[in-house]
Design a protein. Structure first.
Lengths: 269, 271
């Protein structure tokens, strides 16, 4: 009796099955719930209700603005940091990079709690009383604080890959430092910018933990809706989730498909 | 070095230093007040290790810490197993199948965590699974496994494929060849995948909340609820988590220092 020859391809079966059951099926379930009513009849009512409610729409706009500001601030801080580290001749620059990543080992809820305590302390100081009620500022600050590593890492990895001789060539051809930066560094770091932006933008639209803890529960973002609907109305919750899912697919598609090379967390360790 | 480049060097160092200072300021604040007598931040009332004592004696707190770390370990272990085997299989599959699996595998990576969590929770309840340790572990595996695959894949690509063929020619069974030849070459990717999975699981809040069985508390779920409620009882527990934050922070610092020293020694040995 001859055993059928073992094929290495069959090793992908367990993972494929896992993905079908726990990634694809749940997405289909959400799709189903989003377009059914309480009696499980097909209905577009959730869709209409969601998009005709002015408070929902204004929350979406708020969320987008918060996410946009967070992303821009992260980029403005992370870009110079990544650039300085990537171009530094220091031997220990990897250790400094680690210092930006390692706070992630402390659960983000604990870190945001720490930030909340810091804000409480600061708002007790003279001249800073306004901080106590600056809910939107604190929310954005907290999001930047939490998501900054996700922006620094992909930028650093892409910048490190830039061929050093390009800088020299640029200088030889008479470009000054600024021109070199604008015409060599920036264009070549665009993949890093893209993956950093996608990694920051989406969580800052949905991570309601940060906005709840720092915004005195006065700041509502889209993620909070899903949380609230989970207790009351799965159909509406699924509709909100579906909207977010579509946003994800569009933004991934715009930023050049499912690329994983510059993936942030992938380069963490 | 001329004066201009010295100045720009100082400016660069100052900028990076300032960003790091802001990142670590809240953690340092907690670290200082974790040695304070009271549960309040603001005035230092006197040095005391009471928060540390509470951390190691309160069974509720210890239970939550145990839950958090055990969950991270089990989820990471299973994710690493599933992800490594999956990556191996995908690597040898036809391009189209590989591409399809890879695309689906990327969904939890790019998706908002709350969407993943909600979808899983609704599915589990709708199917009649309810919520149990099983669903909790599955939830964590969904967010961790794709990252294991992502960290094993590059190692497979770097691998010399003819070694596997050679092992088969020399009479090794396919399984033995995988274990003895392929696995040692991809093990760095497997280890970093495992570490990554632990980090992701430890840092998680949202998936845990949606898939956990009732009564199961991790550090993050407790701290969030306690912060939002904010009464005297939770303040005492929260302050013992300051002590925990400080300990994790010290472990991190130690890790950086040791890996730094190890790097120096390795370089010295090479010379």
């Amino acid at each position: 009796m001859k055993m059928p020859r073992f094929s290495r391809k069959t090793l992908c079966i367990p993972y494929a099955v896992f993905l079908v059951f726990f990634v694809i099926v749940p997405m289909l379930v959400i799709l189903f719930y989003a377009f059914t009513d309480k009696n499980m009849h097909i209905s577009f009512q959730n869709f209409i209700r969601f998009f005709s409610d002015p408070t929902k729409l204004s929350t979406i706009v708020y969320s987008l603005v918060i996410a946009l500001i967070t992303t821009v601030v992260c980029l403005v801080i992370a870009y110079p940091v990544a650039y300085i580290l990537a171009r530094s001749k220091m031997k220990k620059k990897f250790v400094i990079l680690m210092l930006f990543v390692l706070p992630m080992w402390i659960n983000f809820v604990l870190r945001v709690n720490a930030l909340r305590e810091l804000f409480n302390l600061l708002s007790g100081l003279e001249g800073l009383e306004g901080l106590g009620s600056a809910n939107y500022f604190k929310t954005v600050f907290g999001m930047v604080y939490d998501f900054l590593p996700f922006m620094i890492l992909p930028l650093y990895t892409t910048m490190l890959k830039i061929d050093k001789s390009l800088y020299e060539a640029s200088a030889d051809l008479g470009a000054n430092a600024f021109t070199t930066f604008m015409r060599v560094t920036v264009p070549l770091s665009i993949p890093g910018i893209m993956s950093g932006v996608t990694m920051v933008f989406l969580p800052s639209m949905t991570n309601y933990v940060v906005s709840d803890m720092l915004g005195n529960a006065k700041v509502t973002i889209i993620g909070k809706f899903i949380y609230e609907y989970f207790g009351t109305d799965w159909h509406m919750g699924s509709m909100v989730a579906l909207v977010l899912l579509i946003v994800v697919f569009i933004s991934t598609w715009l930023s050049g498909g499912f690329k994983s090379e510059e993936n942030v967390r992938g380069t963490t360790i | 070095m001329n004066r201009k480049s010295l100045l720009s060097g100082c400016l660069k160092a100052a900028f990076v230093g300032l960003v790091l200072l802001i990142l670590y300021a809240p953690i340092l604040l907690l670290a200082i007040y974790s040695f304070d007598k009271t549960d309040m931040i603001g005035r230092f009332e006197g040095f005391s290790l009471s928060h540390y004592a509470a951390l190691f004696s309160d069974s509720k707190v210890l239970g939550m810490i145990g839950n958090t770390f055990l969950l991270a370990f089990v989820a990471a272990l299973l994710s690493t197993l599933l992800g490594t085997i999956g990556a191996l299989g995908m690597f040898y599959c036809k391009k189209r199948i590989k591409g399809a699996i890879h695309a689906v595998s990327q969904i939890p990576v790019i998706n908002a965590e709350i969407v993943t969590a909600l979808a899983l929770a609704i599915t589990f309840v709708a199917v009649g699974f309810g919520k149990s340790y099983f669903t909790l572990i599955i939830g964590h595996m969904v967010i961790c496994t794709p990252f294991v695959v992502l960290s094993v894949m590059p190692k497979l690509k770097q691998m010399d494929n003819s070694l596997y063929e050679a092992a088969l020619d020399l009479g090794a069974s396919p399984f033995k060849a995988l274990r003895k030849v392929v696995l040692p070459q991809i093990i760095p990717g497997v280890i970093s995948g495992f570490m990554l999975a632990v980090t992701l699981s430890l840092d998680d809040y949202i998936v845990t909340v949606y898939t956990r069985p009732t009564g199961f508390e991790t550090i993050s779920t407790y701290v969030f609820n306690a912060t939002m409620k904010g009464n005297a009882h939770t303040a005492a527990t929260l302050s013992s988590f300051w002590a925990l934050t400080t300990i994790i922070f010290l472990v991190i610092v130690l890790f950086v220092v040791i890996s730094n020293l190890a790097g120096i020694r390795r370089k010295g040995a090479k010379k």
